[in-house]
Design a protein around this ligand. Structure first.
Ligand code: URA
Length: 231
């Protein structure tokens, strides 16, 4: 992470304020005064401002607009991990609060707070996830009812829990599910003889993908977004 970004996060300063602090000569890294905000910090760096050691406080909660071609795990030998899109210190403490397939785009939540992510991923809490789905074949009249009643997936004993399907066009739908089984959305449509051609997550619980984020960008969650998970 760059020194100026670190100061923004640690002090709640704007980038302009952080640059001013650095230029004033009050910021030291490992005992040396630095004058460039672009200086790259490693986890081992000790940053001081006015002789006070600065740390990044509290747990982190991040929303990422995941592009196609990144995995929500460690690199799989083919696709890079979505972690490479983050510029954070202490990356090793972060984890994904629910995964998307490499070819799925959209909202991914990342945190170092295990209790918080458990609330999202634990089947017990039935956290809603909304996906925009583009299909190879037109939807059939009975789809809405079938998703509501539950669908029999290959290699699964139980039907899927009731899901809500909103029809946008005959090949595009919004699907809200409360589970997170492996490739669930693709398997649900496959069970009906259709094929998912594009998949994009728009919402997790009450947290919606910020329309101001560009593909591959991220931001910290607001306090309200973080707290919404507990409600
Ligand atoms: N369901 C899928 O099939 N893939 C995803 O990435 C998410 C949900």
């Amino acid at each position: 992470m760059r020194l100026d970004k670190f100061l923004c996060d640690a002090l709640g300063a704007t980038r302009k304020e952080a640059t001013k602090l650095i230029k004033s000569g009050d910021v030291m890294v490992n005992g040396t005064t630095l004058k460039s905000g672009a200086h790259k910090l490693t986890d081992a760096c000790v940053v001081e401002w006015q002789n006070r050691e600065l740390t990044l406080h509290g747990p982190k909660y991040i929303m990422l607009f995941k592009p196609d071609g990144y995995v929500c795990s460690h690199e799989d030998g083919f696709n890079p991990t979505a972690f490479v899109l983050l510029d954070e210190v202490k990356m090793e403490s972060l984890h994904f609060a629910g995964r998307l397939d490499a070819d799925t785009t959209g909202l991914v939540l990342i945190t170092d707070d295990g209790k918080w992510s458990h609330r999202i991923t634990s089947p017990k809490h039935k956290c809603e996830k909304t996906y925009r789905v583009w299909l190879a074949d037109p939807i059939q009249d009975d789809y809405v009812t079938k998703f509501k009643q539950g669908i029999e997936l290959r290699n699964e004993r139980d039907l899927t829990l009731p899901a809500k399907l909103e029809v946008i066009t005959e090949n595009e739908v919004l699907l809200t599910i409360v589970e997170g089984k492996y490739h669930q959305v693709k398997r649900m449509f496959a069970a009906l003889g259709n094929k998912v051609e594009g998949l994009h997550r728009e919402r997790v619980g009450a947290i919606e993908l910020d329309p101001d984020l560009e593909l591959g960008e991220y931001r910290y969650l607001t306090e309200e977004e973080v707290d919404s998970v507990w409600k």
